[in-house]
Each structure stands twice: as structure tokens, then as C-alpha cells.
Design a protein around this ligand. Structure first.
Ligand code: SME
Length: 169
């Protein structure tokens, strides 16, 4: 692995999940170190995942505000700003509190298309102290982009972000 330091990021030498995902988490940790601003940290986390994982076109946060999900920091094209709980992949994940791994978004009833190039999507709910904060949404142009190994590692990263970032109340 290459060495990296604050404010610099380099592509991973390896695409092996056992090496790549720890490298992604290490990079996120280095960007979050010493910074308490949730917008700065969530923005860098989304950009780090988007830059280091191959075949993605959108990574970002939707945060629970009253009874809806609101767009938060993201990497990718502009996206819908408000999603009702229970709607789309993000709203369904927020409602059920479960990760949703959609192999083909065109087969998901009610999928909300933000980028026409998206073909698969992984949405992970974020909890802190038992409260739903929102979701981490990751989109890919590749059908079936996320396998169980990707899901496991991305859930670990999402858990770290949920617990570490000082999300607004
Ligand atoms: N596809 C999502 C909407 C958000 S965009 O993908 C950025 C959904 O169905 O909830």
C-alpha cells in the first residue's frame, strides 16, 4: 500500500476487498482526525468512498429531519433533496432499519432515479444510540455491483461514521 497523509488521497494498489476496504477506512479516519464539523467529515467520507471504490457514480447521506430524509453531503451528481420515509430505496431502508442491496434498481418498485446511469444501489441505515440518523446511499452504473463482502465492509464503515461523526440533533 502507498503511504498517505492528511489532505492527500491515492488510489489503492489492490482491489482485494480484504486490503481495499481497510485502506478506505484508514483514509476516512485520517480525514476525520482532529475535525469535529459534521459537514466537513461527512463530505470527506462520501468523497473518499466515491474516489477509492471502483464503478460508483454516487455516494452520499440522507439525514432524518422531522419525518423525511433530507439530502446531506454527497459525491456525485445533484440529487433529489427530500425523500419520504418509506419511499424509494433510501426511504425503505430508513423505515425498516435494514440495509437494502438492490442488484437492479429497475426491478425495485418505487426506486427514485437521480442519475440515469445508476443500475444498482446499496443503502445502509445509520443509527446512534438506537436512534435513526439517516442512511448512507451508494449507487453504481454496474448491475449487481455490491456483493455480500462489499456489503459487510461498507456496513462496518457506515457504523464507524454513525458513531464517530458529530451529527446534528
Ligand atoms: N435512488 C434513491 C434516491 C437517491 S439517489 O439514488 C441519490 C432511492 O430510491 O431512494
Amino acid at each position: 500500500m502507498r503511504r498517505y497523509h492528511m489532505a492527500c488521497i491515492y488510489p489503492s494498489d489492490s482491489q482485494e476487498p480484504e486490503l481495499l476496504y481497510p485502506y478506505i477506512l484508514d483514509n476516512i479516519k485520517s480525514f476525520l482526525e482532529g475535525e469535529t464539523d459534521w459537514i466537513a467529515n461527512a463530505a470527506n467520507a462520501a468523497a473518499t468512498i466515491g474516489f477509492l471504490l471502483h464503478d460508483l457514480n454516487w455516494v452520499g447521506f440522507y439525514l432524518k429531519r422531522d419525518n423525511v430524509l433530507k439530502l446531506g453531503p454527497f459525491w456525485g451528481k445533484p440529487a433529489v433533496t427530500t425523500i419520504q420515509i418509506g419511499n424509494g430505496v433510501c426511504g425503505t431502508s430508513a423505515e425498516t432499519g435494514k440495509t437494502i442491496n438492490v442488484k437492479d434498481v429497475h426491478q425495485f418498485p418505487g426506486h427514485i432515479a437521480c442519475d440515469l446511469f445508476s443500475n444498482s444501489e446499496l443503502v445502509i441505515p445509520l443509527f446512534k444510540g438506537g436512534q435513526l440518523l439517516g442512511v448512507l446511499d451508494i449507487d453504481s452504473p454496474e448491475i449487481g455491483r455490491f456483493n455480500e463482502v462489499d456489503q459487510k465492509y461498507l456496513e462496518e464503515i457506515a457504523l464507524y461514521l454513525a458513531e464517530t461523526i458529530q451529527w446534528p440533533q
